[in-house]
Design a protein around this ligand. Sequence first.
Ligand code: CO8
Length: 261
Amino acid sequence: TDLQTIRVDRDPEGHDRVVLVTLNRPKALNALNTELMTELTHTLGELDADPAVGAIVITGSPRAFAAGADIKEMAEQTFADVYTGQWFGAWDTLAGVRTPLIAAVAGYALGGGCELAMMCDILLAADTAVFGQPEIKIGVIPGIGGSQRLTRAIGKAKAMDMCLTGRNMDVTEAERAGLVARIIPADELLEQALAVAATIAGMSKPVTMMAKEAVNRAFETTLAEGVRFERRLFYSTFAMADQREGMKAFVEKRPASFQHR
Ligand code: CO8
């Protein structure tokens, strides 16, 4: 298919089972208009269904991961438009992706850009990254989960500060607060993000999916139920050849070679 607003590279730089998705509306700092949201969610849905894909990296440009939902597109919409049109409904597809997603963020990750990064499983950030939920400054509030995911990621104190004042956080504060997994020098961001993806893509695919599912469960349930859920998944890994191979390889002091299925 002919994509206008994103680029999709399979096996980038020779990394087997990895896909790199690059947001590509540079003139609008990758603002997330309907076309981009549709292309991105549709593409991720397809990649998620592909057993040859072990991990996906989502990145932007050095200047902006994404500067939010497209304000020019939203400006003239009415309540009835956004309500009946179910704006941002397409993002539910993204929340349902079971393949590990890595955000490689450089520059601005504001509004919907910050929300997109937070919907990924591992958030890697260049030392140039800036995060914020500035919606309040344009008379709205976060609309793609920002008030919920930011609060879970960094706690009420900083989430309220950011959502009510619209101020940005630099990458140091974001890492300290728990929003960012690793800070990486900007010129190494992509290389390191692809390496992280390749590491994950080398694991057993169903087991990486289970690990993701188990961690995400922590946000949806009680500790006792979450531990029970984890244990069921742990037992079920013993139903697959990859558990035999992984443990056998350890005993034989060699790298494991997983079947991925
Ligand atoms: N939407 C549309 N266009 C944008 C956006 C955006 N979010 N961000 C930047 N652009 C465009 C600019 O308009 C400009 O275009 P042009 O050259 O045609 O004027 C171009 O990108 C470059 O931007 P700047 O000239 O502003 O670049 P600066 O380096 O001066 O500033 C900033 C960069 C600080 C990132 C600045 O562009 C900015 O503040 N952008 C907006 C950030 C923002 O408020 N994001 C939140 C948007 S709202 C949202 O994401 C969720 C909304 C939920 C609402 C629910 C309603 C249904």
